[in-house]
Structure formats: structure tokens, C-alpha cells
Design a protein around this ligand. Sequence first.
Ligand code: BGC
Ligand code: NOJ
Length: 813
Amino acid sequence: MENKKYGHFDDAHREYVITDPKTPWPWINYLGNEDFFSLISNTAGGYSFYKDAKFRRITRYRYNNVPMDNDGRYFYIKDGDTTWNPGWKPCRTPLDSYECRHGMNYTRISGQKNGVEASILFFVPLHKWCEIQKMTLRNQSNETKHLKVFSFQEWCLWNAATDMENFQRNFSTGEVEIENSTIYHKTEYRERRNHYAFYHVNQEIQGYDTDRETFMGLYSDKSAPDAVTEGHARNSFAHGWSPIASHYLEIELKPGESRDLVFILGYVENPQEQKFESKKVINKAKAHALIAEFDTAEKVDKAFEELNEYWDNLLSVFTVKSGDDKLDRMVNIWNQYQCMVTFCMSRSASFFESGIGRGMGFRDSNQDLVGFVHQIPQRARQRIIDIASTQFADGGCYHQYQPLSKRGNNDIGGGFNDDPCWLIFGTVAYIKETGDFSILNEMVPFDNKPGTEVKLFDHLKISMDHVINNLGPHGLPLIGRADWNDCLNLNCFSWDPNESFQTTENQGKGSKAESLMIAGLFVVTGKDYVELCRRLGKPHEADRMETAVKAMENAVKVHGWDGEWFLRAYDFYGEKIGSNENDEGKIFIESQGWCTMAGIGLKEGLCDKALDSVKERMECEHGIVLNNPAYTTYHVEMGEISSYPEGYKENAGIFCHNNPWVIIGETVDGRGDDAWNHYKKILPSYVEEKYQTLHKVEPYVNCQMVAGKDSARPGEGKNSWLTGTASWMWYTISEFILGIKPSYDGLLIDPCVPSTTKTYEVNRKFRGGEYHIMVNNPEGNQKGIKSIMVDGKTINGNIVPAEPGKHEVIVQM
Ligand code: BGC
Ligand code: NOJ
């Protein structure tokens, strides 16, 4: 691919500006952050849903389509013989100018053609169930323009999965209503659904279409719908088949004149007894009310301002001034933004996750929490309780749950033995941020069954016990279905291509498969748990677990050390995985990350050795690969990991999610230069150039995987947006590199920086206090604090106490 640039950062506006619509992959953004969500690409592709991308899909999207990204909210502008779209697609008429600005939960797409500019602002107003599309049309020419504008969206029949498969039913169920300038989509409302959607424009229309084939023509494509080609709407009324919503507007603009049009895509729920206004006629009261809230450009502008203030506020909790713009823009803007998006979406809806596959992951959601708990602690609290409610009484957990029902997902079940530890990880992060120990007294059920409630603290306790009760022959944790690496399926043994590695029943009985990753995770979270118990005045429980943690450290040193690095696992038969004795997969990243984070064998130099081995064997230009060498054949005793061709995904891809584990390990070991080198290799702004051509995916966020050195195309990025990489990058930079760590008593200051860092400033809001923290490192050290002054007084130790008011903190390294 040619070496060109498709966009650039605009930090002052917190935007990424795309200047060429033909990006190497659709570069998308997310609108909404509570109930109503939309995905929007740089050409206005994408779709909307309410809460759950599977069960409440509002508009239709066809994944992996040809051409790519061909469904969205489109506006056709017909100016004489020329028809164009402000976002270039689907007509692809060459534009005189094009720009897409992706900002914090909004996107603005502007196109210009033959003296007309159309600029559309897309956003979801705070706490509202709708997407606003405010279009500003400007006549920049010297002649009066007679424009014909057609809006277009295709309704999805709610359940995104059946929408794509059950056509014998779907083609007969579609129903709409039209009232003035509003098109209502009410499929299945006559029976069990109590929700409908609508698409409105705030002015009189000259026509409409609601039947797709009538508007489009059965054999025409989206670049030239028949109605648009003919230049007028056909006023079609959908009965079954595929309902759409298209407004037709004739607009005259004098030279220099401009016009605002406000389109609203809304969603409404009605109580059962108030569903209808009269027989078969839906009750539109809520839709009318919602429309009235946004029926003028002024009202829309105000709501947009509120959204921006909301983000000002969220992003003011932690800001850095380091003198390095590339670092600052990721820390202050994009990394935090991506964390918020992954909180909202988990792994459900992106341009790589179809929204119908997975619900919320137990481990994923706990990890995501560390990325947003400082911004919206109340929602983190609720999230923890929702997650814990899917735990079983023995400490095991449903691996996933559905966001609408909050119920555990039976298709996949449980048995992933790392899952319980993550609950401790998430809960401790919440308490350290907020100081709110009361969450531990919340009564939380097992498997959502009323009557089974115990205190949240007891959920943490059984989480620890679940590991201890499931130890293998070496005293290391049994892996179960899998640990963090969902593809290291040591008890699966599948030869049937019709089985999913993820849902196949395990042959776990009699298995000796143990995980060093869970061992490290257990030590890290176990130490947190012990500290928590001491705080809570539970010395016996603290001692009991301290003993277990020590035993685990010992087991790792005795049975988990391979000589130059930590082993990865023992398989079903008790054979080593991730050992120098193996031909392939000699070394893995997960155990190097977790065991060094846990500081196991730090004094004896094991961490140094392990981290050096990572550099030597797994580091490459684009980051650290997951394992090395890659597996070149299928190993039935390992499962999905060996199903991937070399260098991709869990088979030696650069799985960005776990690079931060090694980086944190480096900081535990005090190696700030190494930590920084690893960090900047996967920091999007640092490798923005690469994103434009090689990585292909959005240059403003991390992607899950970059193809590794053993792949056919090293450096190619995939699976952008929804990845634990976001929260781990945040956790790493904020707490371990910049070293501002929430702790029970205050902010613990413990930076580990590259020796070139001489000074930086952080502003941190924390439990009602505002801290301006100035870190000085005149000698170019990598770690270690000489002194800390708070409001002019030197403190003992390195914890800045949590106190309301403004505080000046000066740190000498
Ligand atoms: C992917 C993993 C993912 C798992 C569960 C696998 O196919 O490779 O990254 O965790 O599916 O969705
Ligand atoms: C992505 C999944 O969401 C996560 O749960 C898993 O840990 C990683 N892939 C690694 O397999």
C-alpha cells in the first residue's frame, strides 16, 4: 500500500480528523454511553441499538459485506444531475472536499460538492434514547440551488441474529406507521414487544419511502436507488419484506444561504397497558415528547454542549503534562475514551465483533473496570455487583452474561479457572479509588437466584478458595476450560470441526493441566485480598490466605521456573508447556507478565531473567508476541491456540492486551527504560504512521492484535476498539509508569520512568481532593522516591493522604 496519510490528531478539540474517506479499513467511533448506542464509521456506516446489540438492534448492518461497510445512515443529495453523499459512501461520487471528525461520543462528517456543503453532526444526547443527526446545508455558490435530499436507514427486525436468518418469517412481519415527518417502525409490536423506533426530521417532507424494494429497486444498489435516480420519493408503505425509513425533502438555497435539518432516530418503550392509542395504532406520546426536546437546531446545540461538558468533566479526573504530545494525547484523551467504550460494549459490538456473538465477559468486565473506575465510580459499583451475581456458590463463574438480562450465558457456562480472581481485581480497584468499603456488605446472589444472597466480601473469599480448592499435582492452579488465554484449551481434545473450541465440553476429569498464569494472578490478587482482610479486621482470614499465597510463590519457584523464564503450563498429561524443552511454543508472555508483576523470585533475579528472555525471544518491531516460536501444526492437546496460522491471534500474534503485563513487570523490577520501550511500541499515537498503512485499523485506539513476527504480514492490526488493552494501557501508564496509584489511605506515588524523563505534572482528582503533582527527576533515575512534599510539608513514606481541597505535591525522584 502506498505511503499516505489519512488523518491526524486535533488535540485542542479532542478529535481525530480523517481527510480521505478511503481509509485502509473503516475507522469508526461510538455514540452514546448509557442505553442507546451507535457505531459510526468515517463514511457514516454502522448501526444503532438499545442496550444489547443482539436483542435490540434498531438499524440493520451486514458484516463482512461487499463492498465493505455498506449500511448506515445515509443522505443522498441530488443537485441537478449529480448525486452525492456528504460521507462519500454509498454513491462514492468524488467530493470537492471531505472531512470526518471523530470526537468524544460524537462524529461530524462534512462533504462539499459543486458549491454545496453538507455537514452532519451525529451524537446521542446524554441520558436519551436517540441519535441526533444535525445536517447543515450551505450554498457556497453564486446561484440558487434546488436540492433534493433523501435520508435513508434500514430497520433491523430487533433480534440481530434472527434478522439475518429467519427470512420465511421476517419477510411477513414488517410493519410501519407514518405520521407527518415521522416514520415509525413497529414490527412485532402487535404481539410481545413493547418497543418501537422512529425516524423523524424537523420539517415538512415532500415524500417518503418505507419499503426497501420500492425505494431501491430490487436489482439496484445503494449507490443508485431507483427513487433517487428518478428524483422523487415513491411514498411506499411497507407491508412485510424489508422496512426502511427515507424522508424526501426539496430544499431551495439562495447563494450564501444555509439551512439546518435535525433528524432524530429514536427508540421508545411503553408499558403493556399503554401500548396502543387506538386499535392497531401505536401510542406515540413518548416519541412526540422526545421529538419536542430536539426539534430545533438550538436545542440540539445545547444538548451537544452538555455532552462536551460531560466529557470535560470525565477527562479532568486525570491529566498529564509531560512535554510529549504523543503521550499526553493518549493519556488525556484517547486511552481514557477507549476505556469508556469498552466499559459500555465489553466485547459485543465493533466492526470485528458482530454484536450477536458474545455477551459481557466475566474476566473482561472486571479488567475493563480499572480503566473507568476513576471517572464513573457509581457505575463501576453496579457493574461489580452485576458481575458477582453470576458467580456460583463454589466460587466458579459464568464466563459470560447478557447485558439486558444480566443472566449468565448457558451456551458457554463456566469452568475458566482464572475468572474468580478477576472479581478481586475489580473490587479492590473500586475500593482503592473510592474508599467505599460498604460495597463489601452488599448482599449478592449466586447465579442470580433470589434467596442465595451473601455479602460481596464472601464472594471474594470463595473466589480465593476456588483457586485453592482446585490445585494440581504441582500445587499450581488447575486451568479448567482455559485461563486468560481462551485458546489454550488443555482439556478440550477436539477433532470435530463442527465443535467450537469455546463451547465444547471439557475432558477435565483426571487432568493434570495447571496454569502458571493463574498462579501469578493468584499471587497478585491474593496479596490484595490479604491486605483487604487486615483492613477489615480479619487477621485469621488474612493469615490463612497469606500462607496460601506463599505456598503458591513457592510452587512457582520450584515447579514453574524453566531456567531462563517461567513455564506457561502443564498439560493434561503433566507435560511442560512453554519450556525450552519444547520445539515450538518454548516461551509464553502470560506467565512472564503475571509472575513478574507478582514479583515472584524478584530477589533471586528470576524476574530479571524472565524479562530479558522476553526481550530476546518475543520482542519485535511492533511489540511483544504471545509465544515463541509459533506453533506450525495443530496440537489436539492444546486446542484453539494451535488452530491459528503462525503469528496471528493467540498463536504468536502481538496480543496487545498482555504487553502491559510485561511492562508492569518491568516497573516492578525498576526497569523504566525497558518498560517505556515496550509501552511506546503499542501506543497508537507513537506509531500513528504505521496505522495509516501497515496497521490499517484506527490510529487513535489500540487494537486487540497486531500480526506477529512469524506471520505473513507482520504489523497488520486487527480487532480494533473492544479489547482489554485499553484498560491495561491505562492502568500501566497511570499507576505504574507515571506512578499515581490509588490506595486505601491516599495516592501512592511510585513512578518508574525512562531515564530521559526529567519532569512531568499530573492533575488528579481523588475522593474529593484535587492534587497537582509535580514529579522531578533531575538525575534521570528510573525508579525510587527521595522525598514528597504536600502543601509545603515533607511527608513520611510515599502516600499522599486523601483529603478534600486543593493540594500541591512535589515529588523528588
Ligand atoms: C479468540 C479469543 C477469544 C475467544 C472467546 C477466540 O476465538 O481467539 O481471543 O477470547 O475466542 O471469544
Ligand atoms: C479475548 C477475550 O475477550 C478474553 O476474555 C481473552 O482473555 C483473550 N481474548 C485471550 O484469549
